[in-house]
Design a protein around this ligand. Sequence first.
Ligand code: AP5
Ligand code: MG
Length: 257
Amino acid sequence: MNTSTRNLSKLKKAARIILVGPPGCGKGTQSGRLLDHFKLTPISSGDLLRENVRNRTPLGIQAETVMRSGGLVQDSLMVKLIVGELSKRGWVETRGNLTSGICLTGPLSVIGGPITPRASDSPTASFLLDGFPRTKNQAQSLDSEVAMNLVVNLDVPHDVILDRIANRLVHEPSGRVYNMTWNKPKNPGVDDVTGEPLTRRPDDCPETFSKRLKNYAEATGPLLEHYDKAGVLWTVSGSTSDEITPQLDAEILKRFG
Ligand code: AP5
Ligand code: MG
């Protein structure tokens, strides 16, 4: 039995994990590996936004300018997008009381205080969030929908990150990530799975990227503090994804295996 197959059967309870880390730290790369190792289905806020931009949805049109400038999309839009997606996939119970046109969950006001949301403890209800929440506000909104039980803070040195972004290529439709030095596609310029062309992300140019790093630095302190207080924060450090992956796998097995 290989490692991946062995690990799949080792999740004994639901893992609801958030990956937090600066742009380019390897969140997308780790998500792909966790899907492979534990069948942990990821939702990437950035990928979802880019899909909305491609499909010219009202949300995508609104988010496009902000993303291109390296800013953060409005909290209310992000919560609507992600909670809507969680609800669509059946990972949170739908109560449909938050927004018109989309079936969302939301905090219930009742005499005696709010009802704490309950989530299934079955390992099949496991999932992974990449890039959401990114602000304390978003975290508080998510708390009222579902209790996340592990927040992974990916701590990667800045100089490493800058070098990676300069070499990143993506397959936009799937979110698959390549690197021209480290993780080249089998055939230059095309996706390994579909053979479709790879592109550079428009927000990876140096000027926009430095804005993204600055925004990250500003929003992250309060976010990490929030999850530290909740007792679910775990930090992992490393210069490469290969250093981080075995530590992350071991932590997940320790907590949920
Ligand atoms: P998003 O798409 O989430 O971008 P990000 O957080 O800036 O992170 P990236 O996707 O750039 O990096 P990553 O950590 O996934 O790294 P990767 O695995 O690709 O968000 C984009 C925008 O959407 C935001 O700027 C914002 O506007 C908006 N947005 C999204 N969520 C939001 C939210 N919640 N609230 C408000 N706005 C939101 O790796 C990077 C590179 O490194 C790759 O080339 C990879 O191949 C390479 N690499 C990985 N591991 C190694 C290694 N070991 N050695 C060498 N290279 C490696
Ligand atoms: Mg990413």
